[in-house]
Design a protein. Sequence first.
Length: 271
Amino acid sequence: MIGYALTGITINIMFFFWGLQRTYAINSPVITSASPVMTYFLALIFLHEHASTKKLFGMIVGCLGIIVIVLEPILKTGLDGSLIGNLFLVIATIAAVVQTIFGKEALPKFEPFAFTFWAFIIGAASFLPLAILEYVKIPHLYAAIDYRGYLGVAYGAIFSSAIGYGLYAWGLSKMSATDSALFSYIDPISGTILAYFLLHEPITGYFILGTALIFGGIFIAEGRLHYHPFNKLRSITIKVPPAVITTPVENTPVPKKKVRSVIAGIFDKKT
């Protein structure tokens, strides 16, 4: 629970906000969408989940996409704050993946929402000294926030945190760590659209290339770009020909040869 809280709440949220301060918001969901790549390798090491050559090749292609997006600032303008911001987003994503590994080990044994509650208590305790330090440095911090800021805090606390983390924990208790990461495909679609139209952030050629590599790698690895439980269903129909078995007289032992001949007749194609 401590590992789940410190990685998924403390480290993830801290580096996520630091990353948003230093780079485009449009980069965040795409870098986050690479979590299946990271989850795959960590699940192999710690959860001993099944490995395959196809998945490995797909994950390598996806990693190339992450590298293109993260290093885009160097490719365009040289070393600047955007590179640091992208690296912070990568750290936040890795922390979220490690949280998934911790959660997959623990959540099947506990009530997901109770587990999430105590994880947030631990996360809040870890943030408290940092919040006090920031308040000492900026004493008028909370007075400078208007009603929109407090509405944002309330939304983050209730929807993004309590409901979001709670439902994630519940879902993680029902499926494998690798499959749970596939839901991150929703992030880059919604995040890119919102960042482009609401924040007017640019969609560059490097961004498109990196996104294509990430989704291409995921498609190679999984054969699909979304998770659906029906994809896992495999129906097998076994038709057994009817056979007429004469019921023996009660308490009369049936010869073993006769039993074997009857069973063989059931599975005989000519019957």
